[in-house]
Design a binder for this molecule. Structure first.
Ligand code: ATP
Ligand code: MN
Length: 299
């Protein structure tokens, strides 16, 4: 019998707690679930009302992985869902609205991926802008930081404030809180800034997806602003050999980054960072910090 746990009145069967999920460190599923419970206060607001996609990696990153928007089999009836129009017809996607749903999903060993819009605003009405900065080897997160600083200043010139997090893998993600704006406009605006960044930092930035253009450069990927796309959520664990986490970072850390290892945070680092900084991305969930795109932008 798996151990039955009660989370806020919901019964959960947490399974295989001794299974090693991250082979580089021997991190077990139990340790991973403990991390998710500790980070829940910061993680939940970033998932709330967003139809989620999951990367499942039940046997760790060396096993089979599945990226899916479909509710996992056996989902309890008390987990919320939203009806989402998709190209394949309308379908239901999971909403993680509370701690029991979070722990139920985490028990399946998942990365949490979210769109830039909330179900209540409607599919494709974005409340965030995202830039995914992908370093092409030998470029690293250090080069992503240089590009992030340029984008931050450029966004400020348009009255917008950017917040940074690591991807938990190789790159950096920049997020900007917005008043609800059609995804087509946010995508067009972000594309414009990616093109400007490539012109301003020609040795460092590319905005086209072509792999051959990328060695030593940073791809400014704006495509995740599209309604159908997702980006890994802040504080989500990643399916990597070490238990890395997509971790919010301060601008001082971005400015001071001299090596990619300085921004390689793991599950054991996050609780102390939350105690020190709180949620550095809290402004993304605060309507008072949401601004409109500049007039005419992305039109
Ligand atoms: P890295 O720093 O290695 O780039 P990342 O999370 O930014 O990490 P990307 O490959 O750049 O990874 O992908 C960006 C986002 O696209 C992911 O965070 C995820 O939400 C989404 N994504 C990743 N894999 C898939 C997939 N197989 N299908 C659909 N969307 C995906
Ligand atoms: Mn990326």
């Amino acid at each position: 019998m798996p151990p039955i746990t009660e989370v806020a009145g919901r019964r959960l069967a947490l399974r295989n707690l001794d299974k090693v999920i991250h082979p580089a460190t021997g991190t077990t599923k139990g340790e991973l679930l403990h991390y998710v419970a500790q980070a829940a206060g910061a993680l939940l607001p970033h998932l709330r009302d967003r139809p989620l996609a999951f990367l499942r990696y039940p046997d760790g990153p060396d096993g089979q992985t599945f990226f899916t928007k479909n509710p996992p089999a056996g989902m309890p009836s008390w987990v919320a869902t939203a009806e989402v129009p998709r190209s394949s017809g309308a379908s239901r996607q999971v909403l993680v609205q509370d701690l029991p749903a979070l722990m139920w999903a985490a028990n399946l060993v998942v990365e949490f991926h979210a769109p830039m819009w909330r179900a209540g605003d409607g599919r494709g009405t974005a409340d965030r802008l995202v830039f995914d900065l992908d370093p092409g080897s030998p470029a690293t997160a250090v080069d992503c930081c240089t590009v992030a600083r340029w984008l931050r200043e450029r966004l400020r010139a348009d009255g917008l404030e950017a917040y940074a997090k690591t991807s938990g893998s190789k790159g950096l993600h920049l997020l900007v809180p917005l008043r609800p704006t059609p995804s087509r406009q946010t995508t067009a605006y972000a594309r414009g800034l990616a093109v400007e960044a490539a012109a301003a930092l020609p040795g460092l930035v590319v905005h086209k997806m072509t792999r051959s253009l990328r060695p030593g450069k940073v791809l400014v990927d704006y495509s995740q602003n599209a309604a159908a796309k997702t980006t890994v959520a802040p504080y989500s664990p990643r399916a990597r050999r070490e238990p890395s986490v997509s971790t919010p970072v301060t601008w001082a850390e971005v400015e001071g980054c001299r090596g990619p290892e300085q921004l390689a945070f793991r599950i054991e680092d996050v609780p102390a960072r939350l105690a020190r900084h709180g949620d550095l991305l809290a402004p993304l969930c605060d309507p008072d910090h949401a601004h409109a795109l500049p007039p005419g932008a992305g039109g």
